[in-house]
Structures are given as structure tokens and as C-alpha cells.
Design a protein around this ligand. Structure first.
Ligand SMILES: [Zn+2]
Length: 449
């Protein structure tokens, strides 16, 4: 049980120059809380996360920060190596095995769960509470995609190099820095490389992690991509739907006039894309994938469509799902009513939810956000709060403190074959991750203190 109250103390503690008196007092308070063993639940409830200022003054934490500063090349190399192991969602096994070996080398107790998540444990002074640092293993790129990393000037170019090569490399780098510096956390830290974040993975890896550790879990820090200019504290709700329309199928000439599933899908789709959605709360839809038919001269027996629906509002999301259902029903009816040979075959259709990401929001006074702000202050970074769809959706939807952040450096072209990563400045992002993690997990007092 760390620290939920005294939240405001973190602001400004990061500046090493002139410190206002009140700040010094707060820092002193943090030091006191920090060296004081937790004797009662009352004390632990009024305590707060360590500020980065206090943390960075701790000898072992300083060693860990220095290690990150000096070993960027090692971390870059791990990133390239991991990126070159293909890992489409549901086929993460090889990359997971590599992560398992890398985390074990950092002195963690490593295990895999039954869906393929890799979990490395760093036992804290108290094992009653857990903070989790995660990075997803999977990519959106199908098997057979060329994932070799090319160096182009300062850039590393490869599908998945930033999303989520950066997060995975940082996970290993942070574990290594703590191992070498012998940082012992107060709360137990789990380093998790999880499966199934992208697309139809539907956050299954994170769902399993939360199921397994929920009762002890106090915070989740998700490392996803590179940039440090934002922090995701709001979970964007989304639904992924699949429409399947089937019919008897036949010959384009001799069976002309029987209802056609693709025609019905087109009729329904045209209705649906005319649906008005509000600008605020921002609500969007995307017809993302269409399949069906076997040849140009056959009336297809099947047509499929995948649609992505998103909104800042659960109500709007529900409205949009209803609209999709009604439009598809009308499209199928239109096609049947207009078929010349309608008694020679009936269309069937169904709409299936193939993925739901629940919404949620980190409270503005959450201890985890204070820890991040203190870390930002310390490294001299500014970040804005954002709403996005990430692994953090699952803990946030359950009221568990969670954020998703980039792990440092710069990246672009995510989900495209031209994806790139520039490691310059990544040490800032890595230090920010370490300090946020330790701000949330706490550092056990050194012996002799
Ligand atoms: Zn990602």
C-alpha cells in the first residue's frame, strides 16, 4: 500500500537548482517516509510515491540511471534483434522465448503463462503488492513480412521497430539497469512481455495478466512505442464487429437474379457510411476489411466485412453498433426484395463482436500520475495527457491505476512497412520509465540506513 494522498508534493521536485523552501520540506518529508519502515496501515495510507528527486539521490538508483545513460547501444542492439523475430498476433512464441531468455539474464524469476505471456518477477521487500511494467510482443504484420532491420543514417527501419520494439527493448534495459545496480523495490515488480495487443489479439495478453494478479496489483505501466511527449491516461472505448452474409451462390449468368451476399453487403455498407457521428464526443468508424467471393463469374456464397467503431462515449459507441446492425439488416432486406429470383435462395446474416476494448480513465490525483510527473520533472520532459486504445484499457476499465507511455527516442510510420526508429535521446525516455516505475513501486531502504 503506497501512498494515495499527499499527491501534490511531486510538482517541482525535479529541479536540481534553486528549490523553494516548501519543496525542500516536501523532499525532506519524502526522505523521511522513504527510510521509515511501514509500521502500520495508517502510515502507508498517508505516504505518497517517492519523488524522482528523492529517488535519484539514492545510491543504487543513481547507478541504475547511469547504466541507462551509458548503455544505449546495448539496448538498441536488443531492439534490432527482437524486431527481426516475426511476431504476428497469435504467433508470438519465438519472440516470447527470446524475451524469456533476456529477462532471465537480468536475474528475474521468469515464467510463461498458458497463453504465452512472459513474466519476470523482481521480488520486493513486500510481496503483498505488485506493480507491473509491460510491453506487448505482437505486431500487425502477417507471417512472411520482411522484418529485417535496415540502418538508414540515424534511423533504424523495419516493420515493428518502434511499435513495439522500443517497448520490449526498454523492458529488458530497465530490468538490466536495476539488476546491475542491485535496486530492490518495496513492492514486487513484474516485467511482462505480453501477447495479443494488436487487432484481433483484443488485449488478451493483458486481460490474462490482470486476471492473474488483480488482487495484489497496484499499478500498471504500459510501454508502447517511442515518443515521450504524451501519456495515455484515458482509455478509448472501441468495438470491432464482423458482418457475415451468406447465400446459395451460383453461376453469374445462369443463376442471375438470386440474392447476392456481396450486393447485400454493399447495400448495407452504403447505408452505414452515411451515419452521422458527433465531432464531440469524438466518435469514428472504419470499414477495414472486406472478403468474399471466389471468382468474377460466380455469385458468391459469402461476404464478410470487419468494422472498427470507436468513441469517447460508451453511449455513442452503443448507438453506432445499433446503426451498423440496422443498416446491415436493411441492406440484406433490400437485396432480397429486389432479387428477381428471390424464391431460389435466401440470405442469412449475422453480426459478431470480434473485440471490445472497454473505456476508463486514470483519476487526476492518482499516485501513478504523480510518479510520472515527478519523473518528467526530473528528466526535464513535458508530456500531455491523451486518450488512446492500448493495453492500459483493461486495468483502467477496472479502476486499477494504469498509464501507457512511449519508451524513448523517436519513431514513426507505425503499422506500415516503412516504420522507423531514431534512438537519439532515448536515455531520457528510459530514465523516465525507471523513475516512474520506482516512484510507484518504491525502493526498499538500503541496509544500514
Ligand atoms: Zn503498440
Amino acid at each position: 500500500m503506497w501512498p494515495k494522498s499527499l499527491q501534490n508534493a511531486s510538482g517541482g521536485l525535479g529541479f536540481k537548482g534553486k528549490l523553494p523552501l516548501s519543496t525542500v520540506k516536501r523532499a525532506a518529508l519524502c526522505v523521511i517516509l522513504f527510510v521509515m519502515p511501514i509500521r502500520s496501515s495508517v502510515v502507508s495510507q498517508v505516504a505518497r510515491p517517492f519523488s524522482s528527486y528523492t529517488l535519484a539521490d539514492q545510491a543504487q538508483v543513481r547507478v541504475a540511471l547511469e547504466w541507462l545513460e551509458k548503455n544505449v547501444t546495448w539496448i538498441n542492439d536488443q531492439q534490432s534483434r527482437l524486431t527481426e523475430i516475426p511476431a504476428p498476433s497469435f504467433q508470438e512464441q519465438k519472440r516470447a522465448a527470446a524475451m524469456k531468455a533476456l529477462l532471465a539474464e537480468q536475474g528475474l524469476t521468469v515464467q510463461s503463462d498458458k497463453i504465452g505471456n512472459v513474466i519476470g518477477e523482481l521480488r520486493g521487500a513486500s510481496d503483498k503488492e505488485i506493480v507491473m511494467l509491460t510491453a506487448h510482443l505482437d505486431t500487425v504484420f502477417p507471417e512472411g513480412t520482411d522484418v529485417r532491420v535496415k540502418q538508414e543514417g540515424e534511423r533504424l527501419v523495419a516493420p515493428g521497430i518502434s511499435d513495439n520494439g522500443t517497448g520490449l527493448a526498454a523492458l529488458v534495459g530497465i530490468a538490466r539497469a536495476m539488476h546491475i545496480a542491485k535496486v530492490r523495490p518495496q513492492r514486487t515488480i513484474l516485467f511482462a512481455a505480453n501477447v495479443g495487443e494488436e487487432g484481433e489479439g483484443n488485449l488478451r495478453g493483458m486481460r490474462a495478466l490482470i486476471d492473474a494478479y488483480r488482487t495484489k496489483l497496484r499499478a500498471v505501466i504500459v510501454l508502447d512505442g517511442s515518443g515521450v511527449d504524451h501519456v495515455t491516461t484515458k482509455a478509448l472505448a472501441s468495438r470491432r464487429m464482423e458482418v457475415v452474409i451468406t447465400g446459395p451462390g451460383g453461376h453469374s449468368w445462369s443463376d442471375f437474379g438470386i440474392p447476392n451476399p456481396i450486393s447485400a453487403l454493399v447495400r448495407g455498407s452504403v447505408r452505414f457510411i452515411n451515419t452521422k457521428v458527433p465531432v464531440s464526443p469524438r466518435t469514428t468508424f472504419n470499414l477495414g476489411q472486406v472478403e468474399g467471393g471466389t471468382s468474377v463469374n460466380s455469385i458468391p456464397y459469402e461476404a464478410k466485412l470487419k468494422v472498427d467503431l470507436r468513441s469517447e462515449s460508451e453511449d455513442e459507441l452503443a448507438r453506432l453498433e445499433t446503426a451498423l446492425r440496422e443498416c446491415m439488416a436493411a441492406g440484406v432486406k433490400d437485396e432480397m426484395d429486389n432479387a428477381r429470383e428471390r424464391n431460389r435462395g435466401k440470405l442469412e446474416w449475422k453480426l459478431t463482436n470480434i473485440g471490445s476494448r472497454p473505456g476508463g480513465e486514470l483519476p487526476a490525483d492518482a499516485a501513478l500520475l504523480s510518479a510520472l510527473r515527478a519523473a518528467d520533472d526530473y528528466v526535464g520532459n513535458q508530456s500531455r495527457l491523451e486518450r488512446s486504445s492500448t493495453d492500459a484499457n483493461i486495468p483502467l476499465s477496472l479502476g486499477i491505476d494504469a498509464i501507457a507511455i512511449g519508451a524513448g527516442g523517436n519513431g514513426g510510420g507505425a503499422h506500415s512497412l516503412q516504420e522507423w526508429y531514431e534512438p537519439a535521446g532515448r536515455e531520457l525516455g528510459l530514465k523516465r520509465v525507471l523513475l516512474t516505475l520506482l516512484g510507484s513501486a518504491g525502493v526498499a531502504p538500503e541496509k544500514g540506513q
